[in-house]
Design a protein around this ligand. Structure first.
Ligand code: CU
Ligand code: ZN
Length: 212
């Protein structure tokens, strides 16, 4: 009893000091952000005057899995001249082989207590009202990235270049979600490719904020 009290009395000033430091740091961060916002606001105004709107040229999604915390992954979207390059890197996937991967229409990666995770992301992003297929097909959903091959060590890498996405305008992947599935996309079953459950999810966010 006495020991616990002594211990507490000793630790309290430390906790208090740490709290004050954390508070100071967050205040500094807020001040910094406000300064940065002010500065970029000015830059944006100058750019607008010059007739050059600020462009988003890349985005990133960080994948997370409700069922498998060791799974991790990133998906980057980079604007090219007339297309977007999508690069997927994942690791920690339990099951090697082909896994369907798509851009889904809603940027929501909600867990579901019943275990049917990420239904919040909705269906495949499909602004052209196309049929589901894989990317080799002439017509497919804009969100159809096909399959990523997971190696026996649980890692996978995929590059897709698609003219159906654009970082600006209605076909932007920003604010949508990438879903990695438990199974292989058969490239024909409507409208999902029968890719199984939703293993991992990540919302695509505009990268950097540098805007150059
Ligand atoms: Cu999907
Ligand atoms: Zn599809």
């Amino acid at each position: 009893m006495t020991r616990t009290r002594t211990h507490r009395r000793w630790i309290s000033p430390v906790v208090a000091a740490v709290s004050i430091l954390a508070l100071a740091a967050s205040l500094a961060a807020v001040a910094g952000a406000a300064g940065a916002a002010g500065a970029s606001g000015t830059a944006a105004t100058e750019k607008a005057k010059a007739g050059k709107p600020k462009k988003v040229e890349s985005g990133t999604a960080t994948l997370e899995s409700a069922d498998d915390p060791k799974l991790s992954g990133t998906v980057t979207f980079t604007q090219l001249a007339d297309a977007v390059r999508v690069v997927v890197d994942v690791s920690g996937v339990d099951k090697p082989g082909q896994h369907g991967i798509h851009l889904h229409e809603n940027g929501k990666c909600d867990h579901d207590p019943a275990g049917k995770h990420y239904t919040s992301a909705g269906g495949h992003f499909n602004p052209t009202a196309a049929q589901h297929a894989c990317r080799e097909a002439t017509a497919h959903h804009a969100g159809d990235f096909g399959n990523i091959e997971i190696k026996p060590d649980g890692s996978g890498h995929l590059t897709v270049v698609t003219a159906m996405l654009s970082l600006g305008g209605p076909n932007s992947p920003i604010g949508k979600a990438v879903i990695l599935h438990t199974g292989e996309d058969d490239c024909k079953t409507q409208p999902t490719g029968n890719s199984g459950g939703r293993l991992a999810c990540g919302v695509v966010e505009a990268a950097g904020g540098g805007g150059h």
